[in-house]
Every structure is written in structure tokens, then in C-alpha cells.
Design a protein around this ligand. Sequence first.
Ligand code: CO8
Length: 261
Amino acid sequence: MTDEQVVVKYEEEHIAFVKLNRPHALNALNYESLCVLGELVNEIRVRRDLRAVVFFGEGKAFCAGADLKERRTLSPDQVRRNVLKIRDVFTEIENLPQPTIAVLHGFALGGGFELSLACDLRYAAKHTQFGLIETSLAIIPGAGGTQRLTRLVGPMWAKKLIFTAERIQSDLALQLGILTGVEEDFESAKKKAITIARGIAENGPIAVRQAKFAINQGQNVDLTTGLEIESQAYELLIPTKDRLEALDAFAERRKPVFLGE
Ligand code: CO8
């Protein structure tokens, strides 16, 4: 480990912020960053008071992908270790019970783009460049990109983007359904993400988690199974105090206060 804090977590009210913090390397992901990222994600997972998570990058980019300088020094087994690690960490991010939002600016390339694809929502600054550029390095997207991008944009566009390794700008990424929204610059994209996170945090937290669970689990199953997952997720909400609080608040013409109980 180095003295540098390669990934930083802080919290504001019910929202966790995870900042990639290797700006001198455009937040490229080395093995240490992946390990710290994984630890922080697992700390967030068990926190009932955290209701949304915002990921962003320090400096002039979100993330330029795998650390190519480190990669050059690795044996094939160490490369396998890194690929397994990145895949596991991104799956842990995807499976976080809290909604996740990525704020993208500068570059979101390779593993950096794949990290954002593991998040639920993506807001980008106008001039951000996106690309699953791995085939230009004689590898393929190995951190979920071939699967998650395809589910978002369909196989034709996923193939075009991955085969050509092209970098696209925010406007096309928005058009393709990769982005939830585009803002003028990093600050406004982050502000937008925080506004969305705060809005989410005001809703019933158990309901939001159950909704995320039902959507994620239902994506890869047939409709009948998906409807059964939804029904079970709903069932868990019936005995909650928050559900009764919502009904009381409606009757009393006030805003509900949800405690996550
Ligand atoms: N790894 C390490 N260092 C990097 C990386 C990187 N990916 N990207 C940028 N840097 C460093 C540069 O070397 C430079 O450092 P220094 O000043 O010490 O030389 C600093 O960041 C700033 O970069 P540039 O001067 O190059 O900045 P530019 O604005 O001129 O260019 C680019 C920005 C276009 C993003 C350019 O830096 C670039 O092409 N970077 C490489 C992008 C890339 O190919 N990423 C890898 C994609 S493949 C991948 O992510 C595979 C993931 C799959 C699983 C991985 C398991 C771990």
C-alpha cells in the first residue's frame, strides 16, 4: 500500500460518496484501488442509514480504465487476479442494495466505463469521452462490459462500439440510452446526481431497495418469474412502519418521515 488514499469515501446525511483519487493517473484502476474500492463498497452495503451512493473521480477524468503501467509489470497469473478482482468488485457495486449514481467527466474508458455501467444511473458532463476501447489493446472488456453494455444498448451498438474501440461523446451516449442525463460540466453533473440522490433518500428506503432488487433480479428471467420476484419484494413491505407512516402522512396532509423500519 502507498500513502496515497486511492479511493475516498465520505458521507452527507443519507448519501455516501465514493471518489476515485489517483488524479495524476486519470484515476486508472490499479490492484490497490480495486481492493480499497471493494472494501468501501462492502462497508456501504451493510449500512441501513445510507440510502444512495454517488461515484465520481477527482481531477480531470472519471477513470481512464485499468492501470496500463501496472499491467505492463504483471505476470499472466497476476493479470487473471486483477481481472477476477475487478469483475467481483463491479458485481458487488451492481448488487449494492442502495441505488448508485455515477458522475462522469473527462474520460470514462475501458474499466472506467465498465465501473459506471455497474451503477444504476449515470450523469455526465457534456464533453466526456466514453469507450470500451479494450480491443485496441488486444483484449476484450473483462469487467462486465460485453454483458452490461449489450443489455443497455442492444447487441448491434455494443458490437459496433466494442469492435471499433471507438470513443463516443456524451450526446451519442445519451441518445443510445447509456446516460440518464447530460449536464454542462462536472460540477453541474455532480450537483444533478446529488439532487437525484436526495430525492431517492426521501422515499421509503426499504421500498427503494426492494424495487432495485426486483428490477435487477427480474432482468434475466421470464416474465412469470419476474412477476413472482416482484410479488415477494412487495410482500416484505406490507408489515413495515414506513408504509403506515405514508398513509398517516397522507391523511394528515404532511410529508412522511421514513425511518427504514
Ligand atoms: N493507466 C495508467 N496511467 C494512465 C492511464 C492508464 N489507463 N491513463 C492515463 N494515465 C496517465 C498518463 O500516463 C499520464 O501520466 P504521466 O503524466 O505520468 O505520463 C496521466 O495519466 C495523464 O494522461 P495523458 O497525459 O495521457 O492525458 P491526455 O489528456 O493526453 O490523454 C487519455 C488522456 C486519452 C485518456 C490517455 O491518457 C489514454 O489513452 N489513456 C489510456 C486509456 C486506456 O487505454 N485505458 C485502458 C483501457 S483497457 C481497460 O480498462 C481494461 C479493463 C478490464 C479489466 C481490467 C482489470 C484491472
